[in-house]
Design a protein around this ligand. Structure first.
Ligand SMILES: [Zn+2]
Length: 333
């Protein structure tokens, strides 16, 4: 009887695990190319930036302009083309979620025609982005819910800058969105250009390395992206003075577990290339005058020349302009 009861409860537990959306994180490769899944190398799926460039120029990180320019995602080439040279490959949703942004005007963004999805059943509700599309399928509209591995459009070379047809590819990103009030930050900065993409401007999106994320998913090292984010090294910890509530904490409560709306300073941890991994009210004394204080910095963050989180000055280290922008957006400073 005891054994039967045990079996019963085990089956119930199994059923619970199966039916809980937070337990069912599924990730699917966004193109028809099977090479990455087969464990093959960069040359079998990454689009390089020119005939003489390394295939790693299509990877994530400091891979452009001798390492000085950051690439926020991966570039995946097509496996089938029409006689005209146009890519035939469809592009698929990597994770079940909702279409939150669609840009049909190729000339309005370096991303060209692009789609952003957000994934509310995922912890935290990360975004995925699909760029340089030749075609966005007519059913793909803001608010439409998608399962994973559903067709979104066709791969292409659309962009506000020239991408030759031969280098058609999908630019694919995974990451976190900093603010719901991007326009307010943008207006304050006084940029000469206009923001045509609301909260889905690339400035407001911070990516993680998609290939590393897929590799770790296939090795089953995490159940939810939160575990993955927690496994990344903390490169920078910074204390921020701000009394304004942050919508980042509301959208990603798992990254801000002890959120307290009345806090006046916050300790924020950032992973490689500035991905925010934890924000908590500061338990220490309040900051006196300055808005930011570096609490710790891992020198591994300086080993690459691009997307630095801090800059060395004559008196020590201070946060980089990029990091300051991130903090301004998160805390509406
Ligand atoms: Zn790209």
């Amino acid at each position: 009887m005891t054994r039967l009861l045990f079996l019963f409860f085990s089956l119930q537990a199994f059923h619970f695990l199966k039916s809980s959306p937070a337990r069912e994180f599924r990730l699917s490769w966004p193109t028809p190319n099977p090479s990455f899944a087969q464990g093959l190398g960069y040359s079998t799926f990454l689009q390089k930036t020119g005939p003489d460039k390394a295939f790693s120029s299509g990877a994530f990180g400091c891979v452009r302009n001798n390492g000085y320019k950051f690439h926020e995602g991966v570039d995946l080439f097509p496996v089938k083309r029409h006689k005209s040279g146009q890519a035939k490959d469809q592009v698929f949703s990597a994770i079940a979620g909702i279409i939150t942004y669609v840009n049909h005007n190729a000339g309005h963004s370096a991303y060209g025609k692009y789609i952003v999805m957000e994934h509310p059943n995922v912890v935290p509700s990360i975004y995925t982005l699909y760029a340089h599309l030749a075609e966005i399928f007519p059913t793909i509209k803001i608010g439409v819910k998608m399962s994973e591995a559903m067709p979104l459009g066709r791969m292409g070379n659309s962009s506000s800058f020239k991408i030759p047809l031969i280098r058609s590819h999908l630019h694919f990103e995974i990451g976190l969105r900093l603010t719901n009030q991007f326009q307010a930050w943008f207006d304050k900065k006084g940029f000469k250009t206009s923001n045509r993409h609301g909260n889905y401007s690339g400035f407001n999106l911070v990516g993680i390395d998609p290939l590393h994320f897929f590799s770790e998913y296939r090795k089953k090292t995490f159940l939810q992206p939160l575990d993955y984010l927690n496994s990344l090294p903390v490169i920078l910890k910074v204390r921020v003075k701000s009394k304004k509530p942050t919508d980042f904490a509301q959208r990603y409560p798992s990254l801000c577990p002890n959120f307290n709306a009345s806090a006046s300073s916050w300790d924020c941890s950032f992973g490689p290339f500035g991905i925010p991994v934890r924000i908590e009210p500061s338990l220490q004394s309040k900051l006196s005058s300055s808005t930011f204080k570096i609490l710790s910095y891992d020198l591994r963050g300086s080993s690459k020349p691009c997307r630095k989180l801090v800059e060395k000055t004559s008196s020590g280290y201070e946060i980089s302009e990029q990091m300051q922008s991130y903090l301004e957006m998160i805390f509406r400073i």
